[in-house]
Design a protein around this ligand. Structure first.
Ligand code: FMN
Length: 464
């Protein structure tokens, strides 16, 4: 769960309890430099960087970003470069380090496996990010929101510290255009290093067709699937077939969106089912259908160990306990164009008026679309950047309506809000699955919150 909701602390707890803890791999370079600027409370980032094999790279990053005692609250965080087709070397260094730190910390103190999750749509950071996670010994790479057929080959190459490339979706590209982004570990390594373990790769899919496509078209081994339904938190796959919306303008899902598990079982690979699956009964059903288990998000997002900032955790739990929690499947909010589950919370950007009072700015740029200009050069645009800029870059004005700056909002959700030039503090935009309404079931009697162990104990309560 990005950004930094399934952070190292939550993943470590889950893995220590014998399940697969998965850290979010989204924007970890920003997360790391902001934690350092917040004073690196507990010294965790610096402890992980101390264990990083390329010593000079780690040292210059601490030197540049660590602020003892933390930056002043009203001072903006230092910006880092925005991803482009040919990435700045120092940005790639931060990706390697940020991913290393998160996985290293999640693995600390136990020998159980840890996974990492990326969104395929956020393509430009993939190569250095995955390399950093592999340097820290990640066991699973899990990827959704796209069709990641080139990732298996990338994992094979990076395990050998070899140069790798990844095909970028370039809007308006012509046959013969070079749309590959490239990364060579040799440009970053300090000294020789033994080959790395190749993590298992689990694409996240929402249809039987996509499962088969992944197996037929991938350039290497696919090790299993996560099958995610439309009740899940975060981004959802768009509904299949003709667009249908309800009276609240939400995407409506139907029969066509139900994945046939027996056909998945026929593929003879392990699979996990996600989306409204956080119950012992559902776990049993999935196991009986031949699955390896369930993937759970919302229940963990609101537990004590998650990286969601305390005020939002309290706010959403309070709504759930009061029976007023509401999650909207917003067709417009995400610049990816995918439906995005938005948990409604006063004072957050779920409120349209609050959002419209924000001055549009795109300064993190993770969801920018790469497009081909008339002269063949590449440009970058995001439907939530200032409208005039987006239109000047050939974007369609109608696409900007309702689009929100998820990049900045998600950093706020994790407790690292940017202070913009006009002094405005970026507000949160929370995501949760439909399960939010029922989440109070995990709170033990006499308490006001719950732990990851409470969730796992409940899920395993009738397993045997
Ligand atoms: C706060 C939050 C953030 C999420 N972020 C991501 C993400 O970055 N990438 C992803 O593949 N899935 C993401 N998800 C989906 C979860 O990984 C998981 O599949 C889903 O939450 C399972 O359904 P559930 O919420 O009903 O338990 C997110 C879910 C939540 C609640």
């Amino acid at each position: 769960m990005g950004v930094a909701i399934s952070d190292w602390r939550l993943a470590q707890t889950v893995s220590k309890l014998g399940q697969l803890g998965v850290v979010s791999g989204v924007a970890l370079e920003v997360v790391m430099v902001r934690r350092l600027q917040d004073g690196d409370i507990g010294g965790h980032v610096r402890r992980a960087l101390d264990a990083f094999p390329f010593r000079d790279m780690a040292a210059r990053t601490v030197e540049k970003y660590f602020v003892p005692g933390g930056k002043a609250e009203n001072k903006p965080y230092k910006a880092i470069p925005i991803h482009k087709m040919v990435g700045a070397k120092k940005l790639h260094e931060l990706c390697i380090l940020g991913n290393f730190v998160e996985v290293f910390l999640a693995r600390e103190g136990h020998d159980n496996p840890v996974g990492i999750n990326y969104l395929e749509k956020i393509q430009l950071p993939h190569l250095p990010s995955i390399y950093g996670a592999m340097l820290a010994g990640v066991s699973y790479v899990i990827m959704g929101a796209g069709i990641p057929t080139m990732i298996p080959g990338v994992l094979d190459g990076l395990a050998r510290h070899e140069a790798v490339s990844y095909g970028i979706n370039v809007s308006g590209s012509k046959p013969g255009d070079d749309t590959l982004t490239r990364f060579d570990p040799q440009n970053f390594m300090e000294g020789d290093h033994a080959p790395l373990d190749r993590p298992r790769f689990l694409p996240i899919i929402a249809s039987n067709v996509l499962a088969v496509t992944m197996l037929r078209r991938s350039n290497g081994t696919v090790d299993g699937f996560v099958i995610e339904g439309p009740t899940a938190g975060g981004h959802n796959a768009p509904p299949r077939g003709a667009l249908q919306v309800n009276e609240s303008d939400e995407s409506v899902y139907g029969e066509k969106d139900v994945v046939n598990l027996s056909k998945i079982r026929d593929l003879e690979l392990p699979f996990w089912v996600a989306g409204g699956s956080a119950s012992a009964e559902r776990l049993r059903e999935v196991l009986e259908a031949g699955g390896a288990g369930i993937q759970v998000g919302t229940a963990f997002a609101l537990c004590d160990e998650s990286g969601l900032a305390e005020e939002y955790k309290r706010g959403l739990l309070g709504e759930a306990v009061a029976g007023t929690a509401r999650v909207v499947t917003d067709r417009h909010a995400s610049p990816t164009g995918f439906p995005f589950k938005v948990a409604q919370l006063d004072g957050s950007f779920s409120d349209e008026t609050t959002y419209l009072s924000r001055t549009r700015v795109c300064d993190l740029g993770y969801l920018r679309e790469v497009y081909r200009k008339d002269d063949g050069k590449l440009g970058y645009r995001c439907a939530s950047e200032p409208i005039a800029n987006f239109v000047a870059k050939g974007g369609i004005e109608a696409d900007t309506i309702g689009r929100k700056c998820i990049c900045n909002a998600l950093m706020t959700n994790a407790g690292h809000p940017q202070i913009q030039r006009d002094g405005a503090v970026e507000k949160a935009l929370l995501t949760a699955g439909d399960d939010l309404a029922e989440i109070a079931r995990f709170i033990p009697d006499g308490q006001t919150s719950y732990t990851a162990k409470d969730v796992i104990d409940t899920l395993l309560s009738i397993e045997s």
